[in-house]
Design a protein around this ligand. Structure first.
Ligand SMILES: O=C(O)c1ccc[n+]([C@@H]2O[C@H](COP(=O)([O-])O)[C@@H](O)[C@H]2O)c1
Ligand SMILES: Cc1cc2nc[nH]c2cc1C
Length: 354
């Protein structure tokens, strides 16, 4: 592990839970029956803790949609060809993808990052950050997807992105991914970190039919066997290098870096959740800063939530990735902060308490 990564990991501080009673007292003093704003209150309280007991906020917020390619695509684990990753990066830069629309609608900044798509550089574009660690990973079905050094570089890229957002004044970041075949490394990571069975949590991704799904399960099994030494080492960095992806590692770095700068993190769907689990294994304190945005429609997602004892904020049946669920969740988180900051209190509004 690099000295820089070690320093960033040790700098992440858990939130100060001694602030809970005063935050909860404020929420209970707002003009509503106690608890009636449900999970918005839970989100508001956590944002209050993240703010260190001052005004909770997620604004300004920035979503980073990070792209990478995967050697394992050669095993036929996706319905789509690998070129689509690159084509979608251009679509993001041109403002035409789902995440562009949702980020614009929610008033959230968007940066697109090439962490490792196949092919050369892209034409310069202000919304596109070109930091290719390498053009795609190796095939995880036959050996490690990448070296620990490349994985560290991708993690450090994510930390740089978190620092960029913090320096620009952001109070929250959202995670987003683009990478054909990346539900395969994500599933392998869930199996390795959480002890889950590929048979139980592998899903169709972009839309595999039954025979494709069977092949994908076999590929993940082979990948876990080919990388058994890393898996059984229990070393989260080795596992991420062996089974992950460049965009997944960069998203893990973004999560760790954002927590280190005390920003809230809206974690997007299936792939971002794999990045979150990797970040959490490297640095358990990140959990205090992370909000799981939405339940991915990937069928394995429910078992993964059970293993994490977590329940995402939204259930909209999304399975696009890109940060689309994070955009929706940031809107909910913004609403929660506004409730905390702007609602009248019982005494202030002259409303009788029960
Ligand atoms: O985030 C999700 O819940 C999600 C679920 C299924 C697919 N995706 C997106 O689809 C791509 C990966 O799917 P696949 O089938 O190529 O592994 C990748 O670009 C992801 O952003 C995303
Ligand atoms: C078209 C397309 C758009 C995507 N966005 C995220 N993953 C994607 C996968 C495909 C295939």
């Amino acid at each position: 592990m690099s000295e820089r990564l070690r320093q960033v990991l040790t700098a992440v501080q858990p939130v100060d839970t001694s602030l809970i009673p005063q935050g909860q007292a404020h929420l209970d003093d707002l003009t509503k029956p106690r608890g009636s704003l449900g999970r918005l209150e839970e989100v508001a309280l956590r944002l209050y803790l993240i703010s260190g007991g001052s005004k909770p906020s997620v604004d300004p917020a920035r979503i980073f949609t990070i792209a990478g390619d995967h050697g394992v695509a050669a095993e036929g684990v996706s319905l789509f060809p690998q070129e689509v990753s690159r084509q979608m990066v251009l679509n993001f830069a041109n403002g035409g993808a789902g995440i562009n629309v949702l980020a614009r609608t929610a008033g959230i900044g968007l940066s697109v990052v090439d962490a490792g798509t196949v092919g050369g550089t892209y034409p310069e574009h202000p919304a596109l950050i070109q930091r290719k660690v390498r053009p795609g990973t190796d095939n995880l079905a036959v050996g490690p997807a990448m070296s620990v050094e490349d994985c560290t570089r991708a993690l450090e890229l994510g930390i740089d992105l978190a620092n960029m957002a913090a320096d620009e004044g952001c109070r929250a970041v959202g995670t987003g991914d683009m990478g054909i075949a990346n539900t395969t490394p994500s599933t392998a990571l869930f199996c390795a970190y959480l002890g889950l069975d590929p048979e139980k949590i592998t899903g169709p991704g972009t839309g595999l039919a039954a025979d494709g799904l069977r092949r994908k399960i076999e590929v993940i099994r082979r990948g876990l066997a080919a990388n058994q030494t890393a898996v059984t080492s229990g070393d989260p960095l080795r596992i991420l290098a062996a089974l992950g992806g460049l965009e997944i590692a960069a998203l893990s770095g973004l999560i760790i870096g954002a927590a280190g700068r005390r920003m809230a993190v809206a974690v997007d769907g299936f792939i971002s959740t794999a990045a979150y689990v990797s970040a959490w294994k490297l640095c358990p304190a990140v959990a205090d800063y992370c909000f799981l945005s939405h339940a991915s429609a990937e069928p394995g997602y429910a078992s993964i939530m059970q293993a994490l004892k977590a329940d995402p904020l939204l259930h909209l049946g999304l399975r696009l990735g890109e940060g689309t669920g994070a955009a929706m969740a940031l809107f909910v988180m913004r609403s929660a902060a506004a409730i905390f900051n702007e609602m009248a209190t019982f005494s202030g509004a002259g409303v009788c308490k029960a």
